[in-house]
Write a new protein. Structure first.
Length: 213
């Protein structure tokens, strides 16, 4: 049977509603966006969100190749990925807390002294790639909205467009909020509290990842 549209409009509308709720719900990705904005500023927020969006597209590609079957066949492999991601985010949080313990170095710029990982893009990519929420999304949330009677790739393309678009809006909003807070905390007395707050956010993201394993 030939369909005029690649996705059933009613299913797509229902998916948009579910995705909107998932996108605004605080999770590892949104907490990372806040911490990234606080630590690196507004430009890094956009770069970090691009990294997370690329990881989301990787998950969609995996879904097109049969992610559900792979998860059932090799559950231990996906658990290892998630555990590694949780440990990486926890390490970033530990670095932030260590910066708070050391305190600001006299004579340096009042910009936050925190250094996270290699880059905002890499950190964002790793956070989203290892996010168990992504595995849950592609193995439990997305499948009911797919119509097996229609071509799969066009459906996944439209679902990916909605997912990445909503995620980019919400994650940038969270991150820019963190960056705005960072610009106001320029007094030396707030530097330790600033780094500590970033560390706590990152550790909270790591805990969320761990709890969903």
């Amino acid at each position: 049977m030939t369909y005029a549209l690649p996705v059933d409009p009613e299913r797509y509308a229902a998916f948009l509603g579910v995705m909107a709720v998932l996108a605004v719900t605080p999770g590892p990705a949104n907490l990372f966006s806040i911490a990234n904005g606080m630590a690196r500023g507004r430009r890094a927020v956009v770069v970090g969100v691009l990294g997370m969006s690329l990881a989301t597209l990787v998950w969609f590609t995996a879904a097109a190749l049969g992610l559900g079957a792979l998860v059932l066949a090799f559950p231990a492999a996906f658990r290892v990925i998630a555990v590694g991601g949780a440990l990486y985010v926890a390490w970033l949080g530990g670095k932030a807390l260590w910066g708070a313990v050391r305190g600001a170095v006299p004579g340096k710029s009042e910009r936050p002294s925190l250094s996270l990982g290699r880059s905002a893009f890499f950190d964002g990519f790793m956070v989203q790639l290892a996010n168990p929420k992504a595995v849950l999304f592609f193995t439990a949330v997305l499948p009911p909205f797919l119509d097996l009677g229609r071509p799969l790739v066009p459906q996944l393309a439209l679902f990916a467009l909605a997912t990445v678009g909503m995620d980019m809006i919400t994650m940038n909003a969270y991150g820019l909020g963190g960056a705005a807070l960072a610009r106001r905390m320029t007094a030396p007395g707030f530097r330790r509290g600033f780094d500590a707050a970033v560390g706590v956010l990152l550790l909270a993201a790591a805990v969320l990842i761990g709890l969903r394993l």
